[in-house]
Ligand binder design. Structure first.
Ligand code: ZN
Length: 160
């Protein structure tokens, strides 16, 4: 499988998110070398705290394929996912997770926790990291000011 190619799709989705003032996290689901879903987070517009990019991509892939187990799927995402997202990947038996940059805040595939390959769980996820990470890091560097601006807006809204 061409990791660089599909990570390119995740990066394009991350750029879309960034253009909307969101964190540049894009996720892509691939089955049989074909992209079946591409998403960024929808937490704010849908008031859904669980609508992270990985979850949205999994939902779309499952809906398109008409099944709830995705054992033949590989998920590409620009940043190492959180515990909820890794939990969801394990729950639908995804074959592999490929990410660009590691996540030292709440990463659950080695950054902070290692949920993806914990022998105490009955499932394991293959993990590949560092694919096109310089490009993803550039997007996150660009997002720094955007995220600070959003925080300032939220504080202002809360104060008024
Ligand atoms: Zn998540």
């Amino acid at each position: 499988m061409n990791y660089e190619l599909f990570m390119g799709e995740a990066l394009a989705e991350a750029q879309l998110a960034l253009d909307q003032g969101k964190a540049p996290i894009g996720a892509v689901a691939v089955v049989n070398d074909a992209m079946v879903a591409r998403a960024h987070d929808k937490v704010h517009e849908s008031n859904d705290p669980t609508a992270h990019a990985v979850i949205v991509a999994l939902r779309e892939a499952a809906r398109k394929l008409g099944r709830n187990r995705l054992a033949d799927a590989t998920i590409f995402v620009t940043r190492e996912p959180c515990p909820m997202c890794v939990g969801a990947l394990l729950a639908c038996d995804v074959e592999a997770l490929v990410f660009a940059v590691s996540n030292q805040v709440d990463g659950a595939a080695g950054g902070v926790l290692q949920l993806a390959q914990d022998g105490r769980l009955n499932r394991k996820l293959k993990v590949v990291s560092g694919i096109r990470c310089e490009e993803a890091e550039e997007l996150f560097a660009e997002a720094g000011p955007v995220e600070r601006l959003r925080l300032a807006e939220r504080l202002k809204a809360a104060a008024s």
